[in-house]
Write a protein that binds this ligand. Sequence first.
Ligand code: ZN
Length: 165
Amino acid sequence: MEVLKYLAGYPTHVQARVHELIDQGRLGDLLANKYGQAHTVRSDSQLRDYVQAIKDRHLRKSVPLAKVIYDSKLQVMKHALGTHTTISRLQGNKLKASREIRIATVFRDAPAEFLRMIVVHELAHLKESEHNKSFYQLCTHMEPGYHQLEFDLRLYLTQREIAPP
Ligand SMILES: [Zn+2]
């Protein structure tokens, strides 16, 4: 069975089920029915407001956001679903970290739920750099459906490669 790169970390029976959906030509419809809602976060400044609003609600006290942008050079998988850069700069006598969040451009046209999921993922990295248990607890705190959304996002990216938009 060919390995599905976006689902490489999942058990074989899960991958087999996805292969079945692909072979039956059903994956695209299934996703379109479940995630039909587009979003209106088109520009970098809209993205910034969107990210800031979620941060204000859940992570008000964590480091300030330096910059929030869509980045067309980002590859979703290579950068583990997004990227998180720490920029240290000198402020007064203290070295302060501010954070930059870059979101792969593919999310600009993705359903609303996937943008939210990736933003929650990147925000959780403000507090946890590793993908560990407390990282995922933060993600599910901000978005209770996080795990299902991350799985479905992987299906979405798989489908996008089979049938590019
Ligand atoms: Zn990550």
